[in-house]
Design a binder for this molecule. Sequence first.
Ligand code: GDD
Ligand code: MN
Length: 351
Amino acid sequence: MVRLSIIVPTYNEAENLERLVDGIFKTLRSSNFELIIVDDNSPDGTGKLADELASKNRNIIVVHRPGKLGLGTAILDGVAVSRGEIIGVIDADLQHPPEVLKTMLERAEEGADIVVASRYVDGGRVEGWSWLRKIISKGALWLSHLFLPQTKNVKDTLSGYFLFKKDVIKDATIDVKEFKLLIEILAKGRYEKVVEVPYTFRARIAGKSKLGTKQIFSYVKQLLRLSDYRILKFMTVGVSGIVVNNGILWLLVSLAIMSPFFAEIFSIESSILSNFALNNFWTFRGRKSGGIIYRLLKYHGSVLVGAVVNYLVFVLLLAAGLHFLVANTIGILIGFVFNYLLSETFVWRWV
Ligand code: GDD
Ligand code: MN
């Protein structure tokens, strides 16, 4: 019985593959595992090399695909033929040191459902990255925590080096048009314990990275989808709030019911109430920390800054001679950014 299936996606890794396979066998010597190489018809002959390795070792399985079909689906095609209860994913280019697999497997055997090899826990680090690549990586990490609060306790959500029990994804529809499989599993899988193990992401010795700007867009798309398009819903609600705010202001002012300075207060409050209702029953539906009154009060607290900004900009621009609806719209937009951040992190906080 195979216990662990290690999946190695390869595209043009002929110079690295043999060393990696050696490293894995050295590290996991006594464990019961299989190694599944998924090659996308690499022009450099990686597939042929993999076949040679497999002919000498029956623990190696090779999956050949007709062309470069993407990292995410490569891993899933590996999962499809795997026999182990635990799945491991590791890059072929030696940037993920295979020695770490031993500790990772121990953690899984001790009860972790997902084990992430992590650059961002104590003892982990990155070798030879430019400051730009560091910033992009940290920014991407921050985005995953913002959009998918259920991943907040994982320090390296973008890791490409991890183990998971196959049961975790048994009932989930894992969709990987995009390539960040770990995020997909963290967002959709069923699991209790995630553990991170530090490692040093090494500089590439041979070959080159296949990830670029295209992947950044695909990553953002993936986050939007996994987060149920929450930020877009929030923006839609925001737009409806602009209509409510300006609509009430226009009514009160054009019917001469009160002075613009009072009318502005009423119209801002109306839009706060309508925004709260829509966000509560739509955008953040399902998140219920505290009672609705408590949340309504917290929401008021969180939009207070935005509302005051809205009001002050309105008064200022009105005094500067702008039309009252234009003044108000500009005020709303400036106040908006504050509101979103506070809603995500404070009012509808993930508990
Ligand atoms: N079969 C197949 N098909 N393999 C692919 C494809 C593909 O389309 N694209 C990339 N690979 C293989 C590479 O050959 C390599 O073994 C591995 O997937 C990772 O590709 P790299 O191009 O080396 O990615 P990276 O080093 O920039 O990023 C990696 O590490 C990051 C940090 O852990 C990836 O694993 C990222 O997902 C991860 O965030
Ligand atoms: Mn790499």
